[in-house]
Design a protein around this ligand. Structure first.
Ligand code: NAP
Length: 293
């Protein structure tokens, strides 16, 4: 049983070993708050923690795969051992995959649901009751500008971020006047490893849109959270992208985003093993036209 009065209030950053999570942890630590970094790679966690300590902050690390059963309970145990409690939870762990859903490996796509949706929801629901009991703290959930539209050639990722924004904004409304805030962060492209790992960095859409530095995004998200904001969209171009996505017809968005997220070397989604241009675009399009006439 946790002795809440004796425990110190920590900022727990899930996905805190790299990118946006690490940058948010640094901002929180610079305010004198103990931070707990959670991710799978012990090496990256140790590097991030030492960067925080060099800057005068206090950091704890836990290597944990969020896809394992009982991950929230394991994290809770770790916090109790260290005499900490989760005052602020930052859900920054996540990944995406670019390509047609029918071609990408199924297990990796379902993994997006496991990390971006299931783990984020489980952690949020696990730590919220304690925050509500104490009437303070809150949750920052990383969605994306992708949460405002469907994203052909990155379908599972966009859908997962749609869930994150919907879930977080609804929780924010449910928790009004409780002293606890849930903030949804919806950045546009950010200069982190995410873009290379997902394959998104190579397509036109992510080349057109400017990439914001992670520390810039982290400052905006953290200050937005502290002001009790429901939604934070850091950066002018991201705000324009989100507003445009909400105004334009879905059919038009599907066409434009699908085109800008496809590469000429992509395999055709029909499973022929041929390139899209040589297969569907040439043959099937012609057949489709014929069958419609
Ligand atoms: N970068 C962008 O352009 C961008 C834009 C909008 C929104 N976002 C969202 O912002 C969040 C952070 O993105 P980022 O750019 O900082 O990504 P990143 O640099 O790839 O970092 C992802 C973090 O999540 C951790 N992680 C991934 N899978 C995990 C698992 N199964 N268990 C535990 N930890 C796991 C990673 O550490 P390990 O691999 O060591 O586990 C790492 O710390 C993501 O949700 C992303 O979708 C990113």
């Amino acid at each position: 049983m946790i002795d809440e009065k004796a425990s110190r209030h920590a900022v727990v950053v899930v996905g805190g070993s790299r990118g946006i999570g690490k940058a948010i942890a640094k901002v929180a630590a610079s305010e004198g708050r103990p931070v707990v970094l959670v991710a799978r790679s012990l090496e990256h966690l140790a590097e991030a923690a030492s960067e925080i300590r060099i800057e005068g902050g206090e950091a704890f690390i836990l290597d944990l795969d969020l896809c394992l059963a009982g991950a929230p309970a394991h994290l809770e145990e770790f916090l109790t051992e260290k005499g900490l409690l989760c005052d602020v939870l930052v859900n920054s762990a996540g990944y995406g995959l670019r390509g047609a859903a029918s071609v990408l490996p199924i297990d990796k796509q379902i993994g997006i649901i496991d990390v971006n949706i299931r783990a984020l929801s489980e952690l949020t629901l696990h730590f919220l009751p304690g925050m509500l009991r104490r009437r303070q703290g809150g949750v920052i959930n990383l969605a994306s500008v992708a949460s405002f539209l469907p994203g052909p050639n990155m379908a599972m990722y966009y859908a997962s971020k749609n869930f994150v924004r919907s879930f977080s904004e609804a929780l924010n409304a449910e928790l009004r006047f409780t002293g606890v805030t849930v903030t949804c962060a919806a950045p546009g492209p950010v200069a982190t490893e995410f873009l290379d790992h997902s394959g998104a960095g190579k397509v036109s859409l992510f080349k057109i849109l400017p990439r914001y530095p992670a520390p810039y995004v982290a400052e905006h998200v953290w200050h937005g959270f502290k002001s009790g904001r429901r939604l934070v969209i850091p950066g002018f171009s991201a705000k324009i992208a989100a507003t445009t996505a909400r105004m334009l017809p879905t059919g038009f968005l599907l066409f434009v985003v699908g085109r800008l997220q496809r590469r000429s070397s992509d395999l055709c989604p029909c499973g022929s093993g041929l390139r899209y241009k040589a297969c569907c675009r040439a043959t099937h399009k012609a057949n489709g036209r014929k069958s419609r006439t």
